[in-house]
Design a protein. Structure first.
Length: 63
């Protein structure tokens, strides 16, 4: 069995125009989705992380 760890695969990080995205960030979406499908089909384990902030979080002014 294998495990896949997906870190920060969230709209604000990977969508064009996302609050914390950058110009090439959207290029990883399709490869990560393809890899995720492979892991699901094999019954392997997938772990994901979720980053979140309040709308008034200071981090938005830093980035």
């Amino acid at each position: 069995m294998r495990a896949l760890l997906i870190v920060d695969m969230q709209r604000d990080f990977v969508e064009t125009g996302g609050t914390l995205s950058f110009s090439a960030s959207s290029t990883i979406v399709e490869p990560v989705l393809a890899l995720t499908k492979e892991f699901i089909e094999r019954g392997d384990v997938i772990f994901t992380t979720q980053d979140w902030h309040d709308k008034s979080d200071e981090e938005f002014t830093l980035w």
